[in-house]
Design a protein. Structure first.
Length: 174
């Protein structure tokens, strides 16, 4: 089987996740002028638009040196979207949570720091200074020290909050 031409390291990361039989999840700064998505999506999700590129959905995905064009559904409406490579700053495997962050593509303001649950999204994600060398795996997190019964109850509440926050990521990161 001949592999399609790879246009960008982000494209390669997405392709590798698909080849593993999984669904790539990307995070996009939809506020950019060159991003084409419905206006209500730009308004609601801004710099934190999270999209699953599920191969079982008829994405009609095309790639070029400029970026991705893909059919996506928002509130039941299918829209042809344009996502330049520079607008995509996270690519991860939805099944494993492993992926890459392209530091040079991160939004230049504090948008991503407005929600305390956001650091959980970065667990298992490698950072890349630029799009030329994405890394596919991250080291395992260091285990926390043993906790007392009161701390366990409190940490259980915190863990539940983190899990709920992860479900919100599926709906766009809020």
């Amino acid at each position: 089987m001949r592999r399609a031409e790879i246009h960008h390291p982000i494209h390669a990361a997405i392709d590798d996740i698909w080849n593993a039989g999984h669904t790539p999840r990307i995070q996009v700064d939809a506020r950019r002028d060159d991003v084409v998505v419905p206006e209500f999506v730009k308004t609601k999700w801004g710099a934190r638009l999270v999209l699953d590129l599920d191969a079982s959905w008829p994405l009609n995905l095309t790639t070029s040196a400029a970026g991705i064009e893909v059919d996506l559904a928002f509130q039941g409406q299918v829209t042809r979207c344009t996502l330049p490579w520079a607008s995509i700053y996270v690519v991860l495997d939805r099944a494993t949570g492993r992926g890459i962050v392209i530091e040079s593509h991160l939004p230049k303001d504090d948008t991503l720091q407005t929600h305390p649950e956001r650091p959980a999204m970065r667990e298992g994600i490698e950072s890349s200074e630029g799009p030329s060398e994405p890394k596919a795996e991250a080291p395992a997190p260091t285990p926390a020290p043993a906790a007392t019964a009161d701390e366990k109850a409190e940490s259980s509440d915190e863990e539940a909050k983190r899990r709920r926050a992860r479900f919100k990521v599926i709906d766009g990161g809020r």
